[in-house]
Design a binder for this molecule. Structure first.
Ligand code: COD
Ligand code: ATP
Length: 200
């Protein structure tokens, strides 16, 4: 039986950093953010639905979706966010399921779903255990501002569009503290792999 594990957290809390560490150890990571990019490529069903709901103003010159424009709309408007989610999320679930079946066919012992909105979208039924990567609010804001080209206001809007990280930590099977150095985080990951007897 393949073990299904969920990896989640808040925006800029360190999920990609942790998933990179797991990948280096041979684990299969299925990333919902990547799936959410694939399913909105020109020609896909979700791409057409997004244009129907948001208009052609959100397109780049080459007809691909202008993510920063769409982001500035949906992170500031709950209803528009719900509309986008209702278009993109079913397609993301389908895509993840396809990737999962491929990984199972390859005989993988553990599959890790990296899903930022695992709790918000009630997807815990997909996994046996959940890892939450967390940081304190001030560090989250600082890292988000460092990584993305956002104003403080925009960054705070993105953070508050998600369930508070504290609540995710309370629901987690294990919480990885990513406030410290990468080495400190890596040590927790090694411990977790041992404790849960995870094999790639
Ligand atoms: C709004 C979009 C175009 C902005 O793109 P951008 O390249 O700037 O950000 P990216 O996709 O890399 O997401 C960065 C992070 O933002 C957060 N985030 C993204 N979408 C959402 C959302 N609908 N609600 C809350 N947080 C979100 C996640 O923590 C994610 O890891 C894009 O995020 C999107 O299409 N979102 C809807 C799909 C979605 O929910 N994706 C998240 C997981 S399935
Ligand atoms: N322990 C750490 N020390 C210093 N910087 C870190 C640490 N962990 C992550 N970072 C940096 O913080 C930023 C956010 O981390 P990362 O991209 O892994 O978060 P994420 O949870 O995957 O974010 P998102 O959901 O928004 O994609 C990145 O620029 C990353 O390099």
């Amino acid at each position: 039986m393949t073990k299904m594990i969920g990896l989640t957290g808040g925006i800029a809390s360190g999920k990609s950093t942790v998933s990179k560490m797991l990948k280096e150890r041979g684990f299969t990571i299925l990333d919902a953010d990547i799936a959410a990019r694939v399913v909105v490529e020109p020609g896909q069903k979700a791409y057409k639905q997004i244009i129907e709901s948001f208009g052609r103003d959100i397109l780049n010159k080459d007809k691909s979706i202008n993510r920063s424009k769409l982001g500035s709309i949906i992170f500031n408007d709950v209803e528009k966010r719900k509309t986008l989610n209702s278009i993109v999320h079913p397609a993301v679930r389908e895509c993840l399921n396809l990737w999962k079946n491929e990984a199972i066919e390859k005989g993988k012992k553990t599959i890790i779903y990296d899903i930022p909105l695992l709790y918000e979208s009630n997807l815990t039924y997909l996994v046996e255990k959940v890892i939450v990567v967390f940081v304190d609010p001030d560090i989250q804001l600082k890292r988000l501002l460092n990584r993305n080209n956002l104003s403080k206001e925009e960054a705070l809007a993105r953070i508050s569009s998600q369930l508070p990280l504290k609540e995710k930590v309370e629901r987690a099977d294990v919480a990885v503290d990513n406030n410290g150095t990468m080495d400190e985080t890596e040590r927790q990951i090694n411990e977790l792999i041992n404790n849960w007897n995870l094999e790639p």
